[in-house]
Unconditional design. Structure first.
Length: 146
């Protein structure tokens, strides 16, 4: 499997580290990644994390824009100046930094959520609320199309 699928909640240890779920580590290993590129999601209290392909997707979008537009400058700031690299240790753990905590509200547990080519890190309660909101939107859209 080469996609991030499913979700899991893991506890942060006393040193501020958390184990990336085994299924996600398998994807990272298959991709040869020992370091993650991470961004604070724009429209939700989550961290987007993946390999350099995540950054490359943003850069491909940037390459299509006029570099003199404010939106292009904003996107460059977002993906180049406001991202972070997270190093996996030999046991598949990352350190939960202020970069993660301040944006997400994470304290002692992290919900890891697969998103296909990347994954997200959430405060578990916020993840459950967001998941329910998504399900409600999907049900409403399904009923509207019937």
């Amino acid at each position: 499997m080469d996609r991030f699928l499913s979700n899991a909640v893991n506890r942060i240890d006393s040193k501020g580290r958390v184990s990336v779920p085994a299924l996600f580590r398998g994807v990272l290993q298959k991709r040869g990644l020992g370091e993650l590129y991470a961004l604070q999601a724009i429209d939700m209290d989550a961290i987007d994390a993946g390999g350099m392909d995540l950054l490359e997707r943003y850069e491909a979008r940037l390459a299509q824009d006029d570099p003199f537009l404010r939106s292009s400058d904003d996107m460059s700031f977002f993906c180049h100046g406001d991202g972070a690299f997270l190093k996996l240790d030999k046991d598949g753990r990352i350190t939960v930094t202020d970069f993660i905590r301040e944006h997400t509200g994470i304290t002692d547990e992290i919900a890891f959520v697969g998103r296909g080519h990347f994954f997200q890190m959430w405060e578990p309660g916020r993840f459950h609320a967001y998941r329910e909101a998504v399900r409600q939107r999907l049900r409403a859209a399904r009923e509207a199309s019937a």
